[in-house]
Design a protein around this ligand. Structure first.
Ligand SMILES: Nc1ncnc2c1ncn2[C@@H]1O[C@H](COP(=O)(O)OP(=O)(O)OP(=O)(O)O)[C@@H](O)[C@H]1O
Length: 598
């Protein structure tokens, strides 16, 4: 097929393939991970210069030079990533600009790299004795590299590490609560994208047979980022669409513009800039999503995949040892939290035993969420101790607390809306299997992946959402999203379940179903601590209540005792309208405590 293609298009396709490799890395880094880099061109330079130097000055094989280039890139990217990825907001892009410029000037000033003249006379790559000296020969190698990289990146994104990577943008704090070290995933995708850029540089050097610093400068770094954004930052296909579109457009503008406006002045960049602004204005998510939805419309493929089959049956994941029913699980001893002069939690003490359901209630601003955040490690304590199964929690990070067996939900739902329901829940089971990035990219983790997905499906069926496995989580009602959060916490196989307002937004029937699930869990020995405003729900479900007001423990005991406590009634009387929730779906909706108080 390629033999009849004009030379011009072969060259164009080669350049598109080389750019697509770099942009694919940016899809992962920027589009999926939300980390903006202007510096990818510098990694292309490392790949190109390593092979240029080693093959010309040392006479080594290009294949050995490729391996060494990849190793060198990993080291440089790891070090640069460890420094720059700590920077947040606009400091990160500025950091990437700084190291792109530094590497560019390094290439141009090192004598053994030929300074600004670069290195010429690079030999062609040989594959099975065939020399890839011409554009139409190396074309095959470039596009095999592109397709394999796309396959590996897609595999990676649809795997255990991929789910964590997809949580980087907008779900980092949540993922840490499931034991996932998000900082290490930032470094992983940074190194991964640098390796793809290095591969592109290696191919480029052997295609051009000469290298000089100019294609590895900042303007190319910006262009790669542009390609990723225009293509559609979060899809692997966006890499090909973006690089193809920009390179072809640039070339066509250069050809057509002088004929239209009859001038030799360099207006191409102006026209190109205006076109880019229009694309970004009318296709904010890039061009690929438009192509994908048009394709779906043509082929009649439905957006919803609700009726897809459950994942194949797999071996059940091992369970962690559980404490004996009735034994001590959680103990707060004079836990205190001050925000400046405000004492949000004032020396609170209580205990929770295995199999017990405890409610933490109180008017708005009483300090419930702060107490919850002290237990889950989101906030450090000012003083006092918090112990879980005999281990101090108050000095640990949320991810270390999760590892010990504490699962949680959030007051404001924290799901990844574009991920399917089953993927969101599988994120909860992250710590229960260990799948590396290489195994995921090469799709060697099928057994582990099946087990994780099977576990997620099991938990979703347990909470009554078994028919929504493949729905996008963001398409479900808020009440259902809260239940998904509970399934995600259960997928972590916790000993202690922390639920922050689990009944908020649920209908009466859904609340009853939820109460039934929680009771069953407690019968199985799970300890549950819930913060809740819905008094009907709390009074009917919990074994034990702690009431807080102004950061202090006001009362503690069984629900029916607490309901009659005059101090509790007084605390609630002040804020009855704000603090008590009525069941819309229930006729007799008077809240228990408020009813008692009235
Ligand atoms: N990060 C913070 N910085 C300063 N003050 C805070 C912070 N977080 C909470 N507070 C204050 O601490 C007090 C307790 O807040 P907290 O959110 O724990 O109450 P709550 O009982 O959970 O209330 P709600 O039921 O409305 O969620 C409030 O006065 C609140 O304004």
């Amino acid at each position: 097929m390629i033999s009849g293609t004009p030379e011009f298009w072969i060259t164009q396709l080669n350049y598109i393939g080389l750019a697509a490799l770099v942009v694919l890395g940016l899809v992962l880094l920027t589009g999926v991970g939300g980390l903006m880099s202007f510096g990818q061109a510098a990694f292309v330079g490392i790949g190109a210069y390593t092979t240029a130097y080693l093959t010309t000055a040392m006479g080594w094989s290009p294949w050995v030079a490729l391996v060494l280039g990849l190793i060198l890139t990993s080291i440089v990217a790891y070090v640069l990533g460890a420094i720059t990825l700590r920077l947040s907001g606009h400091y990160l892009p500025l950091g990437t600009i700084a190291w792109c410029l530094s590497l560019y000037y390094l290439f141009g000033n090192l004598e053994f790299l030929g300074q600004y003249d670069g290195i010429a006379g690079i030999e062609a790559i040989h594959v099975f004795g065939i020399s890839l000296s011409e554009g139409r020969h190396i074309y095959y190698l470039i596009w095999v590299a592109v397709l394999l990289s796309m396959w590996a990146t897609r595999n990676l994104l649809n795997s255990r590490p991929g789910r964590a990577i997809r949580a980087l943008k907008g779900g980092g704090g949540m993922a840490e609560s499931f034991g996932i070290n998000m900082a290490s995933y930032k470094i992983i995708i940074f190194v991964y994208s640098a390796l793809l850029a290095c591969l592109s540089g290696w191919l480029y050097a052997h295609m051009q047979r000469a290298v000089s610093p100019s294609p590895f400068g900042l303007n190319y770094g910006i262009e790669y980022l542009f390609m990723a954004v225009v293509g559609g930052g979060s899809s692997v296909w966006g890499a090909i669409v973006g690089s193809g579109l920009i390179l072809i457009l640039k070339d066509q503008i250069q050809n057509v513009l002088p004929q239209i406006i009859n001038t030799t002045a360099n207006f191409e960049l102006v026209v190109f800039g205006v076109l880019m602004v229009l694309v970004l204005q009318y296709a904010r998510d890039g061009v690929w999503p438009i192509i994908a939805s048009a394709w779906k419309a043509i082929t009649g493929q439905k957006a919803s995949q609700r009726n897809q089959a459950a994942p194949p049956v797999a071996e059940a994941l091992p369970l962690r040892p559980r404490p004996e029913k009735g034994s001590l699980v959680l103990e707060l001893d004079a836990a205190r939290k001050e925000f400046g002069g405000l004492v949000a939690v004032n020396d609170i003490s209580f205990t929770l035993r295995a199999g017990e359901i405890m409610g933490l209630i109180g008017p708005n601003g009483a300090g419930k969420s702060t107490t919850f955040n002290l237990i889950s490690g989101v906030l450090p304590t000012t003083s006092g101790t918090i112990s879980f199964l005999g281990k101090r929690l108050d000095k640990l990070l949320p991810r270390d607390i999760a590892k010990l067996g504490v699962g949680r939900t959030f007051q404001h739902v924290q799901l990844l809306p574009t991920m399917t329901v089953i993927e969101n829940v599988a994120l909860g089971a992250h710590l229960r299997r260990h799948v590396g990035v290489a195994a995921a990219a090469l799709h060697l983790e099928r057994k582990d992946e099946a087990e994780l997905l099977h576990e997620a499906a099991k938990q979703l069926q347990r909470v009554g959402l078994g028919e929504y496995l493949y729905e996008q989580a963001g398409n479900l009602a808020l009440g259902q999203q809260r239940i998904i959060e509970i399934a995600r916490a259960l997928a972590a196989d916790p000993v202690l379940l922390l639920l922050d307002e689990p009944a908020a937004g649920l209908r009466y029937k859904e609340k009853q179903q939820l109460a039934q699930v929680l009771r069953q869990l407690s019968d199985e020995g799970m300890s549950i601590l819930l913060v809740e405003h819905d008094m009907d729900f709390v009074m009917n479900l919990t074994d034990h209540l702690v009431v807080m007001d102004f950061g202090t423990k006001l009362a503690e005991g069984k629900p029916d005792e607490v309901q009659k406590n005059p101090k509790v009634l007084e605390a609630y009387l002040g804020g009855i309208d704000d603090d008590m929730e009525f069941d819309d779906d229930k006729q007799a909706g008077a809240p228990v405590v408020a009813g008692g108080a009235a």
